[in-house]
Write a protein of this length. Structure first.
Ligand code: BEZ
Length: 389
């Protein structure tokens, strides 16, 4: 039998093919590459981020922008030395559409570099490395969390307002710790304080005794510390056990007491920290989120869960603007840039450098809760020094 390809028939066949391939593109699962720590001092933070992300997807019926979601996972071990290999497993081997990661700033730097080189979409759901939304910023790079400068700068201001004049700092010697201290010094010294000495130890070491002895001998008014996860639990307990809490109150960004309070127990009581989230915001949005999270995962939500949840919300906003087509990068990016994210922390938009512009809360530990005491700095935007889009 001969089929005659008249111009009309050809036009119809082309249209059918076009509709078919469009539908296929829209229905192809979105490949999400989760690069998070599953082992080491930040393992629990990685789990909370993953659970937050997946909870938002589950709330949308398991889809984003009308597409099924397929996950690819790599344990980055919070090890910068393995980061380039790890991220390339997701980009080259698994050919993911979007990278979501990570917790550790040093690892995030390698992810941002690989994302830039391959033009892969990246959403950072924790790591605060200032340069990611500074000199390394790009159309394909977004953050749902914070820059290291944001909570640190706010705490510098709070420490000065609380009357402290001479403060020491202590942290792990890596990007996040050093940038956090820098942000604190900026806020504290601009408000009239003086940082007398900066102490550090290699990441992820937790042998704090020698440094605590130095703090005791220097007798500062207060101490600012950046630690998180398992390291934060040990540091706060050691600090309290050294008898320093009364003579030199301990301050920090909220990572010092977020997701750690059950383990820190009595040691953390009364501590003030600054962060873009608190446990008792008591808004309908946050209450609903916390209830759903507790039901789904049998643990209370923390800042990491919120950041994972919001990373998924940001992606959903982009996909909505792109009609569900992850390959329509221009529309996807424009949608993410324009979105107002209805976060459990409070609504936020992104800065021109793609970092949240957000309220930084002052919180105080009471029992197992980081209680909100007020807003330390309203709608704080990272300065994004060196970002050229
Ligand atoms: C970071 O490396 O950027 C980081 C890690 C844990 C908590 C906060 C920041």
């Amino acid at each position: 039998m001969h089929i005659r390809f008249t111009p009309v028939r050809l036009a119809i066949a082309a249209a059918v093919l076009a509709i078919g391939s469009q539908a296929q593109a829209q229905n192809a699962p979105i490949k999400v590459g989760l690069m998070l720590p599953a082992t080491g001092t930040f393992a629990n933070l990685g789990t909370m981020i993953e659970n937050g992300f997946k909870m938002y997807v589950a709330e949308q019926g398991g889809k984003l922008g009308g597409n099924e979601v397929q996950y690819f996972k790599v344990d980055d071990e919070s090890d910068p030395a393995k980061a380039a290999d790890n991220v390339n497993k997701l980009i080259k081997r698994d050919q993911v559409d979007v990278l979501v990661g990570t917790v550790h700033s040093g690892v995030a730097l390698a992810m941002a570099k690989a994302a830039k080189e391959s033009n892969t979409l990246l959403i950072v759901p924790n790591a605060g490395a200032d340069v990611v939304t500074g000199p390394m910023c790009g159309k394909n790079i977004f953050r749902s969390s914070f820059s290291n400068w944001q909570p640190a700068y706010a705490m510098g201001k709070v420490a000065a307002e609380r009357g402290h004049k001479k403060v020491m700092t202590i942290t792990w010697n890596y990007a996040a710790g050093n940038e956090s201290v820098k942000g604190f010094v900026e806020g504290f010294e601009a408000a009239g304080g003086k940082v007398s000495q900066q102490l550090n130890l290699p990441f992820p070491q937790v042998e704090f005794q020698a440094l605590l002895t130095q703090i005791a001998s220097q007798k500062p008014d207060a101490v600012y510390a950046f630690f998180a996860g398992g390291g934060a639990v040990k540091f706060v307990k050691d600090y309290a056990a050294a008898g320093l809490m009364k003579s030199a109150p301990l301050y920090g960004p909220g990572f010092l007491t977020d997701g750690t309070l059950e383990a820190q127990g009595e040691a953390a009581q009364g501590m003030y920290t600054t962060l873009h989230y608190a446990d008792n915001l008591n808004t309908p949005r946050d209450n609903a989120f916390r209830l759903a999270f507790a039901k789904a995962y049998k643990v209370n939500a923390d800042v990491y869960a919120v950041q994972g949840y919001d990373a998924a919300q940001m992606l959903a906003a982009g996909l909505k603007a792109a009609g569900g087509d992850i390959k329509n990068r221009d529309k996807l990016v424009a949608g993410m840039e324009a979105a107002e994210i209805d976060s459990p922390r409070g609504k936020f938009k992104l800065s021109a450098a793609h970092n949240p512009v957000q309220d930084i809360y002052l919180r105080q530990v009471k029992g197992n809760v980081n209680e909100v005491k007020g807003v330390a700095v309203k709608a704080l935007a990272d300065p994004a020094k060196g970002c050229k889009m």
